[in-house]
Write a protein that binds this ligand. Sequence first.
Ligand SMILES: Nc1ncnc2c1ncn2[C@@H]1O[C@H](COS(=O)(=O)NC(=O)C[C@H](N)c2ccccc2)[C@@H](O)[C@H]1O
Length: 535
Amino acid sequence: MNPFGPRPPRAHASVDNLRTYLLAGAATAPHRPAVIQAAPGGGLETLTYGELAERTDACAETLGALGLDVGDRVLIESDTSADAIAALLACATLGLPFVPVTPQLPDERLRAIIDGAEPALHLQAEGGRRTGIPAPVGTGRIGPAGLTIERPPAPRGPRRRRTVTPVDTAYIIFTSGTTGRPKGVAMSHRGVVSFLRGVRTYSILTPDDRVAGTAPLQFDFALFDIGFALSHGAALIPVPHDRLSWPRRFLAFLRETGATRINAVPSLWRPVLRHEPGMLAELGRSETVRGVLFSGEAFPPDELRRLQELLPTAQFLNLYGPTEVMAISLTRLPNPLPPDAVRLSIGSAVPGAEMTLIAADGRIVDEPGPVGEIHLRSTSLFSGYWNDPETTRTTLVPDPLDPASGRLVLKTGDLASLGPDGDLYFHGRADSQVQIRGNRVELGEVEGRVAAFPGITGAVAAVLAHDDDEPRLHAFVTHSTRASAPDPKDVAAFVRTVLPAYMVPHHLHVVDTFPLTPNGKVDRAALGALLPPRP
Ligand SMILES: Nc1ncnc2c1ncn2[C@@H]1O[C@H](COS(=O)(=O)NC(=O)C[C@H](N)c2ccccc2)[C@@H](O)[C@H]1O
């Protein structure tokens, strides 16, 4: 007889299980708000930690009766919501990796993810409109009362595993692989929990905080928002998709819900700064917004300064890192940013992890100045790209500083340099370093100078080949609604005063907005389509 008593029927919530970690608040403070969201009929509704735990268990009970095994995948197609959170925590309870996708995903992309992940089940919100999910994938819906299964998953043979361990896959995030075939980033329970635990050591939030999350569920930024809020016993406010597209409605929702923290990609702020600076200033004066956290791409310093002017009392946090580790560093930036800052600090890794700069010749960069590629040591390293060991081996590599150890590190493809303070400063992606007339150009430097031109509110630079032309440096700019469009010749002269000739954009294009990826980043691959047709 086992001295510690009989083996539990299903040892699910192990020490480092995402559900255990995020619902700890349900035991200590069940009545505190966990999710505050737009109600279907208008107005707001609140789910407490106790209610979230109940909904999670109701979902887990329905899932548990389907005969699925640890490791069987569940697609969750939904915007971020209390129901979606209960469903993904139920999956975590049973060791079923969840694959979050947004309802805005085109059918053929969903089909590619289904081909890749081979899920047992596709779940969508009660009001979801997706049809045509191919058998043998089961289908069901997530509602306030739990799950309703429409088509049970095909029988999957006898269960082979009974216990969910921390190294089992918690979720798979499919990102648009450069090859066009989506890559599935498989993250273990230990990985995501160890990163969230590292962030928790900063005690950024109190249980009174209300964190507005704006990322689509398929982006791990949304999973971070859920983990960030719940691991601090705070409340998450998922901002509905239709509130994000209009700055006025976005700001009204933040005011209506009493959001104290706003988590968003930098590009989300561009239309707000351009069209509703006054309303944003009013929100700033109310001082309910204590913090702004951004991630996903570098926040252009000039745009960040304008946001800081309107939110003078807010704390600004720069969260950096690839989905392959969820993220790796969280850095508080000065408010206001020093006037001469041209790039932002990404600080140092959260406790429990380390960022190391490796130069092209394999040596460590450990003094200020030179640029190196960021390599990561962390327990939040992903388990690998789903069903793709070759690509995994190019990213999870033997530690260049300790190859004998057999330990793997993440080769990020990001460049950084060390500041005098020991912080890392982001220099862009290695594959976005461009050569112009034989000179290496950091597009961020060109963008920073162009954006400093009076009246220009945003700048994106790219090297584009115009038809058969040789590749040239183009700049796309947005300008303030209160200023006329800048004259390309004046902008070129302005850039030429501080940058070498090869860094002066050959063409300047004034645009209303920049193209964005589904996750809200500037879609640089789509800039070519903005070029005017050849005369
Ligand atoms: N704060 C930054 N400054 C500058 N470049 C950045 C920054 N955050 C990412 N990036 C860039 O984006 C890449 C990662 O892209 S990604 O794999 O799609 N993942 C994300 O962007 C989301 C990220 N994993 C995450 C997870 C959880 C919460 C927030 C954000 C990084 O390698 C960087 O190149």
